[in-house]
Write a protein that binds this ligand. Sequence first.
Ligand code: PEP
Ligand code: MN
Length: 334
Amino acid sequence: MIITLKDKCPQQQIDHLTGWLERQGIGVHLSRGKFQTIIGLIGDVTRVDKDTLEGLDIVERVIRISEPFKSANRKFHPDDTVVGAGGARIGGGHFALIAGPCSVESPEQILEVARRVKAAGATMLRGGAFKPRTSPYDFQGLGKEGLDLLLLARQETGLPIVSEIMNSSQLPLFADVDVIQVGARNMQNFDLLRDLGKMRKPVLIKRGLANTVKELLMSAEYVMAGGNKEVILCERGIRTFETYTRNTLDISAIPVIKELSHLPVVADPSHACGAAKYVVPLALGAVAAGADGLMVEVHNNPANARCDGPQSLTPEQFDGLTDQVRRIREVVAP
Ligand code: PEP
Ligand code: MN
């Protein structure tokens, strides 16, 4: 349920109303937008009488929200959310370019990639330390050592770092990581999402291989319900019957999510297509469709990468991409 307040309501009356609602056991989310002040109600609102609320002096109108996601809903928070991560910002017109290797492999590799993506215009560095691999015999990542190398790369370049967590027991290791990534395979690990809701740091949630947009928004809701509002969503391709690409980038998810939610959305063209030659056109398509950022895999030596080499751009290719992204953004700017 959302309550839209009349212009220029006295703060005392707003406090009185929110206090009364909270005493009924209802969660209250106050959003002061440019044009309107809105109170979003979360929890069991079946006992709240719409007509009584509408009868109050300060209330303009009351509507029930039919969608199961509340905190993530744009109706609760009409303005875009801007997520800040170690100096970088994403959402509300701030564009994030998140780049780096699939997995951290060595100090030389991560430092070189970090320096080169930074020079090309990246705003955050990605790198997997814990890798969710389909085969247990494949490289599983460097673990804590990988996170330490990312911290070193951050120290060297100033780029905030993004890395994937696989389970809640790893949380203490992520204390200094700027953005915690929840991978596609963990999108519905509800215990993990709940634990991330207790943190006060940005969480980037990737859409599952076979999950709907609504399910992605419900995963965001798990984190937000715990009080952590710093959520970034990521469209990274879904599984379809098509086999020429690793997955199918669902470009339509971008404007759909942006309509339904105030949270920033990034696109990951690398995992969507699985082939470096398609990454640039898909990235540009996602930017044209309104993405607030991109997450792109970049490796200094893709042919010898320990994970996802075929879909990794070289630093030179990434440099060319950032230039094109800039031009597309100028064309589609409102
Ligand atoms: C990744 O970002 O390296 C990754 C494993 O992504 P996804 O969860 O989208 O497969
Ligand atoms: Mn990867």
